[in-house]
Design a protein around this ligand. Structure first.
Ligand SMILES: NC(=O)c1ccc[n+]([C@@H]2O[C@H](COP(=O)([O-])OP(=O)(O)OC[C@H]3O[C@@H](n4cnc5c(N)ncnc54)[C@H](O)[C@@H]3O)[C@@H](O)[C@H]2O)c1
Length: 335
């Protein structure tokens, strides 16, 4: 442990154990809270020095500076509001809440109380994503034309939220972070095959005022396990493949319209096929970077990279996409 921030974590289901493991290493983890008796028993056996409670109010009454919320999305708003109200800094898993109104309320409350509010947009803390951002901002890819991401697998099938809410916040947060822009319009199609009313596969397209386009394909009903993002620029093209253990970024010196390249058959279009480079990226567990950043912000008062406003930006897109999904792909403007 190298920190003095006293932390309490609520939610020890699928994702919570990863947060507990990191905060136990990086902070003074005081208490964990879960409604489920079996999960409480697991915490007790793995972390005998950490208090375990069932009741969130009991946790808020203890000596903790910060609360980490890893419960399912519908509970985020009430739990975060209570924690901020009790004067605790808050790290809440994505999505921040289920509506822009409630997210705005949390942002305002954190501002008013001068407390840190951070959202678990994990991939903004991924070393390779930050390397991709560096390539985009350095101009090496030229101007970004369009981006698409694929987050696919067979499982983990969820029944309480669709693939858009469960998976797409990751991709939307990366795309907004990389492009530094918010879309002005969203269209989204998806279908429910396994659970009525819960879309297992979703295709979501974001249009940006600058003319850029982004597509997000998410599914838990797919033969491929894929976590891939492709960026097409005017000079070069880049692929970030998070399933690769080391060679995560591939830069293709390919493009159209300049240089000495090959003149496409029958067309007045010059295509360029150059080298492929795979830069070395020093990998660190993104979750450890994310948790450390939260603790840094609590200690220093600096605004987190994925603060409540970032959570709100992503939520606005997810909300608009859900509205488009319900209207069978009708375009929905984002104000
Ligand atoms: N950053 C990531 O990569 C990532 C990955 C998976 C999930 N998540 C997010 O983490 C959150 C949790 O997801 P999950 O898959 O672990 O859910 P889960 O349903 O597996 O676990 C939630 C846990 O919270 C407990 N809980 C719920 N309400 C509670 C309450 N009021 N008081 C105490 N305990 C309560 C439940 O008993 C359960 O153990 C979600 O917001 C999800 O989107 C993030």
């Amino acid at each position: 442990m190298d920190r003095v921030v006293r932390v309490g974590v609520i939610g020890y289901g699928y994702w919570g154990p990863n947060l507990v493991r990191n905060f136990n290493r990086l902070a003074d983890l005081k208490v964990c809270c879960d409604l489920d008796e079996g999960n409480r028993a697991k915490i007790g056996s793995l972390y005998p020095d950490v208090a375990v409670v069932r009741d969130f109010d009991e946790m808020l009454g203890m000596d903790v500076d910060a609360v980490v919320i890893a419960t399912s999305a519908p509970s985020h708003y009430e739990l975060a509001k209570k924690a901020l109200g009790a004067g605790k800094h808050v790290f809440v898993e994505k999505p921040i809440t289920l509506s822009t109104e409630t997210a705005q309320e949390l942002v305002a409350l954190a501002d008013e109380k001068k407390l840190t509010l951070m959202v678990g947009h994990l991939l903004e803390y991924h070393a390779a994503v930050n390397e991709v951002k560096r390539y985009i901002e350095s101009g090496e890819l030229g101007q970004v034309r369009y981006v698409y991401s694929q987050r696919l697998n067979l499982g983990k099938v969820r029944q309480d939220e669709n693939a858009l809410w469960s998976l797409a916040p990751h991709d939307i947060s990366i795309i907004l972070y990389l492009l530094g822009e918010e879309p002005d319009e969203v269209t989204c199609r998806g279908e429910s095959y396994l659970t009525e009313g819960v879309q297992d596969v979703v295709f979501c397209t974001l249009h940006f005022g600058s003319g850029k386009l982004a597509n997000v394909h998410v599914s838990w009903l797919d033969p491929h396990k894929m976590r891939k993002l492709t960026v097409v620029g005017t000079k070069k093209m880049l692929v970030f493949d998070d399933m690769e253990s080391t060679d995560k970024i591939w830069i293709y010196d390919k493009g159209v319209g300049d240089g000495e390249g090959y003149l496409s058959y029958g067309e007045d279009v010059r295509l360029r096929f150059g080298d492929i480079t795979i830069p070395f990226v020093q990998m660190v567990e993104p979750l450890a970077t994310e948790c450390r950043h939260f603790l840094d912000c609590v200690e220093s008062g600096q605004t987190p990279r994925s603060d409540g406003r970032d959570g709100l930006r992503v939520l606005k897109v997810v909300e608009a996409a859900q509205s488009s999904l319900e209207q069978r792909g009708a375009p929905v403007a984002i104000g």
